[in-house]
Design a protein around this ligand. Structure first.
Ligand code: UT7
Length: 325
């Protein structure tokens, strides 16, 4: 049995934070951000928006696209590291918001790679026949975890949610998933505390410095390029595929230069790579499912095409999925 993508959806908050806005706040420039990252603007969750409110909208779109009701689901998995509360999980809150009960609902924490880990778990349940329909969501508000005065991080991260319904299918779907973690890199990228909310002035009452997201960007960059190169090679080899036999690369949207390096490794022209980071920034666990949904809805990704999804993030944790859509 295969886990086939039966529907997708995504949500981006309305509020835009442009590079020009950031020039007013910290010592940076539009030119630097565009050249070093490829990002022009990102979306920022409003005071009343959370991982759960964003996930709900993305999930409803995905269910509608799959022509399913929430009552058809056998499981809900939410990949996030920025939910409002440690528990109940965002997945349990989402379950309630969707009006269903009893089915297992849980969060998966693997930072920017969370959606790949959640997808891999869902794939196992469908493959072995224990579930027919699983909702997999990636949602984060990492912009909220960034120190408003830290130019190293605020230029990169945005907020959003993406969702995918996986459904049991006898002919095609996910062929393989590949996951890796390396905890020895904890000092390069992390966040001390979940979700310190800032007020309108950007000040966070009671927040201490260690709580903010920290990142040694250029060191993360080097490891990311190396591990993603190994990961896509492993994914192709496992499926006995050659470079050039993929239709689309749907990468984590962290940095255009990292994506270009991965595409080069796969000998894929950038026209076959789905890019949203110019207007989303890095939305962490949401980034792959947002890009996937955008390219499905605009008609680029067609049924029967071969897709490679991949992500790399804090932990470090990284993973991929090879899928026939
Ligand atoms: O999704 C989770 C995984 N995260 C990532 O994949 C992020 C990976 N890292 C990156 O994307 C890149 O390393 C960054 C975009 C964060 C930084 O780009 P870089 O080319 O690695 O720059 P750098 O850190 O080596 O800094 C180059 C220069 C430095 O100045 P000096 O020392 O050369 O004078 C920085 O101080 O750029 C300076 N700089 C900035 N300048 C303007 C650093 N941040 C900024 C900034 N605006 N925001």
């Amino acid at each position: 049995m295969f886990a086939r993508i039966s529907g997708t959806g995504h949500y981006l908050p309305n509020a835009r934070l442009t590079n020009q806005d950031l020039e007013q706040r910290v010592d940076t420039s539009d030119a630097w951000i565009r050249e070093r990252t490829g990002i022009r603007e990102r979306r920022i969750a409003g005071a009343d928006e959370t991982v759960v409110t964003m996930s709900k909208i993305a999930a409803q779109q995905a269910l509608q696209a799959a022509q399913l009701d929430a009552a058809d689901l056998d499981m809900i998995i939410v990949a996030t590291t920025s939910a409002e509360r440690a528990f109940p999980s965002a997945a349990c809150e989402l379950q309630h918001a969707l009006g269903v009960t009893e089915i297992p609902a849980f969060d998966v924490g693997a930072a920017c790679a969370g959606f790949m880990f959640a997808t891999s778990i869902a794939d196992q349940y469908i493959r072995n026949g224990q579930a027919r329909h699983i909702l997999v969501v990636g949602a984060d508000v990492l912009a909220r975890l960034c120190n408003p005065n830290d130019r190293n991080t605020i230029v990169l991260f945005g907020d959003g949610a993406g969702a995918m319904v996986l459904s049991a299918n006898e002919t095609c779907g996910i062929h393989s998933t590949h996951l890796h973690s390396a905890g020895e890199f904890a000092d390069l990228l992390g966040s001390g505390h979940a979700n310190p909310r800032s007020d309108a002035s950007g000040q966070v009452p009671g927040a201490n410095e260690e709580a903010w997201l920290y990142m040694k960007g250029s060191e993360v960059f080097k490891v990311a390029v190396k591990k993603l190169s190994q990961l896509v090679t492993e994914t192709l080899a496992h499926n006995q595929l050659e470079q050039g036999q993929l239709d689309w690369l749907i990468p984590h949207q962290a940095n255009r230069r990292i994506i270009e390096a991965t595409a080069k490794k796969l000998s894929m022209p950038m026209e076959r790579v789905v890019m949203t980071l110019e207007y989303t920034g890095n939305t962490s666990a949401a980034s792959v499912p947002i890009a996937l949904d955008v390219a499905i809805r605009d008609g680029r990704i067609q049924r029967g095409q071969r897709l490679l999804l991949e992500a790399f993030g804090g932990g470090f944790a990284w993973g991929s999925a090879l899928v026939t859509y």
